[in-house]
Write a protein that binds this ligand. Sequence first.
Ligand code: AGP
Length: 615
Amino acid sequence: MCGIVGYIGHRNASELIIKGLKRLEYRGYDSAGIALFNESQIKVTKIKGKVSDLETKIIRKKNNSGSIGLGHTRWATHGVPSDINSHPHLSNSGDLVIIHNGIIENYAAIKEELVNRNFSFKSDTDTEVLVNLIEAVQKNGNYKLGKAVQIALNQVIGAYAIAVFDIKKPNEIVVARLGSPLAIGIGKNEFFIASDASPFIEYTNNAIYLEDEEMAIIRLHKDAIYRKIKNDSLFDPYLQELKLNIEQIEKGGYEHFMMKEIFEQPKAIEDTYRGRLNVDKGIIKMAGIEDHLDKFLNAQKITIVACGTSWHAALVAEYIFEDLARIPVEVEYASEFRYRNPIISDKDIVVAISQSGETADTLAAIKLAKGNGAFVFGICNVVGSSISRETDAGAYTHAGPEIGVASTKAFTTQITLLTLIALKLAKEKGTISNSNYKRHLVELETIPNKIEKVLRSDSVTREIAQIYKDASNFLYLGRGFNFPVALEGALKLKEISYIHAEGYPAAEMKHGPIALIDENMPIVVIATKFGHYEKIISNIQEIKSRKGKIICVVNEGDKIVKELADHIIEIPESLELLSPMLTTIPLQLLSYHIAVMLGKNVDQPRNLAKSVTVE
Ligand code: AGP
């Protein structure tokens, strides 16, 4: 929920950290701060606002020198966004400084104990409690920083990725993780610390991703020491060679990451099926499935857990799996699943879907499912993420970094991957005919080109956005495979334009939402030819009789809906089962254009963060 960046080496830490924080701003952006060590002093600058506000402040205060530093971009959990609650936080003595991504759940009890020991607190944060707990431990036992951090972390409950600096040991930074991501970039006589590798990708390709309950003492001109937090044992971490490149994390000429990512979808989908789909040979190759084929074929049901857009992809998958592979599927919000007493056993498969691979509720749902004996399969985009490590097996979407908070290419690539899995299982189970199987493979391969075509007619969507940008409410309707797309369209609009929007199965409209329809209500209807076309036409008629403004996504050449609708957006034809990958594109574009026209911050909408690593 927050982004952390740290540096120890020979470069100007301030410049590097500010640049890094800007790349991590997708993780949280209500306040930012930096601590720089220079001339035996720790200089802390922090501010409620964006990283660019922090940059201005440190330049103005001339607080920008030093080659050791820690920086933070925040999404508030404990304490409102304010200068004081921003990180980094200093300990009472002023000797220790900390940055933290996560939540210390038992901070209140610890705080009470520290107050009894005459510690005082400036902020409302759990993080200030943690840095003072470390200081209290240090004082009690005269411990070095590494040991004190370790002892303190064994007393806390919660999640953290932290970096701590001690003025008394100015050549080292101590880092640790539990539940929140932490990457260490290894350069020549320099180390980088960050929530993901994007802040240091231009300096080094070598990174270590700490696992849960691991810590490292990073020392200038020396090797780092890697230690388990619980049992004190040392370990050799796995040094990973990064494949990420700088272009992937920059806007590449687009005004916003969201638009770049919408336009990247044809390539992202190709990247998802590359090496897996061989249309000529009629083969789908997926090691993660093949290695556990028996489990999938014998599963009594598949439960899919996810949040937000990933949950919408799961709903599409429910239709696809049941239709093709005839395996019963249940889709659960991870946040609900984790707190009920779900009926899950070793005969079940649980599929967890997450772009970031860090969503706290999805992670907790996985742990619960594993505890009940289920086999858990992960579908993630971020390589090496917590969910990809926590699951028994899995597959990556390979969509490339998604930085805009509103998920776009994550959705279509998740559907691509889930379709491949369903087709593979259907073939193995014999629930699909050879010709139908082949037809789906051929069609799947045409999707990127068809998306290109939809993207080329973006101007139509922009014109519609111009007409309806001031509406206060929107309804989105779809049926069958496209009902989840209606939900996703509504989510996209509300999260970036702050316009209230609801998605519904079109037939449900008359059970309530129809009461909302009048001449001021724009209603987006997915009315493609295959699947429920006549039924959708009846629904459109019902809207028309109530004078609602009808915006329809139709197949090219459609004449019937064109007669009824106020506006149409044409997309190429495809199989019904594959159509969500096409129908969702105009809805992404519509929400994007409306948000831009309303002057909203498209990539960083208010109150949100890209990866929700807290409950
Ligand atoms: C969608 O646009 C979101 N910003 C959000 O709903 C997101 O999909 C959700 O938080 C799940 O994230 P994940 O896929 O990284 O787990």
